[in-house]
Write a protein that binds this ligand. Structure first.
Ligand code: PLP
Length: 218
């Protein structure tokens, strides 16, 4: 199936207030162009160099999302390029983003990545570390947390729903509180294989790669 058809099928299934992000990692600009021509303006990458290259060589009205593990020494390259960093996942990264965006007098919009399955192999803040983490976000001047991002453990539909629901509960709890620099507007959850369950459980933004562009070689 073609890229346009894939997008059309997904758009038919998702509510209007859910944002569809095309995860274009490893894909060539021709593929992105096909999605762009069909109306997609939000693209996500998981490598800093690739995001920077594509940002510099593609339409300027695209919003670039960073969704990968972000090394502190690469943060500076994202300044003025990235619309939203979904993978705010450690205190050291938070402090580095604050420092690099301050230098450019820019606000960094971020999502706090939650390691909801407490998986060793995944990054993200653990639920029990969240309040300490928020303390530090509140002291920042150049970082805003606009919501949460989650990558759930592999599982069946029922288990997926459970993790999405757990994340939504945290999202709703934080929304009630009036923390400085923190507003719960975006809940980034759901990928090609589980986005329907994610939307059922309250996702506002889904990140779709394979489901739009087909399988990746790497
Ligand atoms: C690759 C990736 C996706 C997209 O995954 P698909 O299964 O191809 O839709 C979504 N989120 C993150 C964080 C990713 O790294």
């Amino acid at each position: 199936m073609g890229i346009k058809k894939n997008i059309q099928n997904i758009q038919k299934e998702i509510p209007k207030d859910v944002t569809l992000i095309a995860v274009s990692k490893t894909k060539p600009l021709e593929d992105l162009l096909e999605a762009y021509d069909f109306g997609i303006r939000d693209f996500a990458e998981n490598k800093v160099q690739e995001l920077v290259f594509k940002e510099e060589n593609f339409h300027k009205d695209v919003r670039w999302h960073f969704i990968g593990l972000l090394q502190t020494n690469k943060v500076k390259h994202l300044v003025n390029k990235v619309h939203l960093i979904h993978s705010l996942s450690s205190i050291s990264l938070l402090l580095k983003i604050e420092k690099e965006f301050q230098k450019a007098d820019e606000i960094a919009n971020t999502l706090i990545q939650i390691n909801i399955g407490k998986e060793e192999s995944k990054s993200g803040i653990l639920e029990e570390e969240l309040l300490d983490f928020i303390d530090i976000v509140e002291k920042c001047k150049f970082v805003k947390a606009k919501g949460l991002m989650v990558i759930i453990p592999k599982g069946n539909d029922e288990i997926n729903k459970c993790y999405f629901n757990k994340t939504k509960k945290i999202f709703d709890e934080l929304k009630e509180k009036k923390y400085k620099n923190i507003s719960m507007e975006i809940l980034s959850m759901g990928m090609s294989n589980d986005y329907k369950a994610a939307i059922d459980e309250g996702s506002t933004l889904i990140r779709i790669g394979t489901g739009i562009f087909g399988t990746r070689n790497i």
